[in-house]
Design a protein around this ligand. Structure first.
Ligand code: FES
Length: 150
């Protein structure tokens, strides 16, 4: 079987299983990187968001074959020890309620700030529209992004 090689949080990995297997399965079941959550499994909720070569992607619908040669970053790799500006802002503002969606929210927000360091409210809303929060923490998420943006 063809070997797929890639990086996860700065460490190289090789995968020889089903190339159609979702990246989310690999992260959670093989690497025990369980900060990335399974929500809908259909690319609709954003709970499984990770970075693939810096872009926010839904790992539940990203097959392993698309990961070949790329760099994956998960919530565990976002800040060396939880010290990413977004993670600090999230703590300061107590953004999470139940917390389940928040690693996906943070990864989506980090991709936004990388491309748009000072986003407007509209840009935040557009970038975050695909990340659902059943507790309704949207206002605090927006505040957290603004605080991290400085
Ligand atoms: Fe991937 Fe919902 S679990 S988008």
């Amino acid at each position: 079987m063809k070997k797929i090689t890639f990086m996860v949080n700065g460490t190289s990995h090789a995968f020889t299983g089903d190339p159609e297997m979702p990246l989310l399965w690999y992260l959670r079941d093989e690497l025990q990187l369980t900060g990335t959550k399974f929500g809908c499994g259909q690319g609709l909720c954003g709970a499984c968001t990770v970075h693939l070569d810096g872009e926010a992607v839904r790992s539940c619908i990203t097959p392993m074959k698309l990961v070949a040669g790329k760099k994956v970053v998960t919530i565990e790799g976002l800040g060396a020890s939880g010290d990413h500006p977004l993670q600090k802002a999230w703590r300061e503002l107590e953004v999470p309620q139940c917390g389940y969606c928040q690693s996906g929210q943070l990864m989506q927000a980090a991709a936004l700030l990388r491309d748009t360091p000072r986003p407007s409210d509209r840009e935040i809303d557009e970038a975050m529209a695909g990340n659902l929060c059943r507790c309704g923490t949207y206002q605090r998420i927006r505040q957290g992004i603004k605080r991290a943006a400085g």
